[in-house]
Write a protein that binds this ligand. Structure first.
Ligand SMILES: [Zn+2]
Length: 146
């Protein structure tokens, strides 16, 4: 049975006392929000105990967790930003080679792939493989294959 509208003892943050409150609403049968009959403040029902302040360590851990999440989010895929920067800084006369699997490429060269479009050769891994920065990701590409 719902107790909404009935009285309940709760700790009031404003009055800093356990006082009679009116239950404003419940969530899943649990008292959620109450209104202080003394000062009229509406707040979450936390029982009759004052809220325990978080320890410094807890606050710091939460902050670090947030920082870590942000860092991993921004480093998820830097390719589009890098690609855009490279494209903007390209010399006007920069030759763009059409990518062909049998050709040999060197780091720093600009290629155009039929599917991935413009790519910047980042690194030559072996005589048959290179890493190319395309718009959406750095891809490992074959080269010098006959
Ligand atoms: Zn109050």
């Amino acid at each position: 049975m719902s107790r909404v509208g009935k009285n309940i003892d709760a700790h009031c943050l404003k009055c800093k006392l356990v006082l009679a409150h009116i239950i404003m609403y419940e969530v899943d049968g649990v008292v959620s929000k109450v209104k202080c009959k003394t000062c009229g403040a509406e707040h979450k029902y936390r029982g009759t105990k004052p809220p325990v302040p978080k320890s410094d360590r807890e606050v710091r851990a939460a902050k670090e967790k947030r920082l870590k999440t942000n860092a991993s989010k921004s480093s998820a895929n830097p390719a589009p930003i890098e690609w855009e920067t490279r494209r903007r800084n390209m010399d006007e006369g920069e030759p763009i080679k059409a990518y062909a699997i049998q050709d040999i490429y060197r780091a720093g060269e600009v290629i155009r792939h039929p599917v991935f479009d413009l790519g910047f050769v980042e690194r030559v891994v072996s005589d048959k493989r290179m890493e190319v920065l395309f718009k959406d990701a750095v891809k490992s590409m074959a080269m010098n294959i006959h």
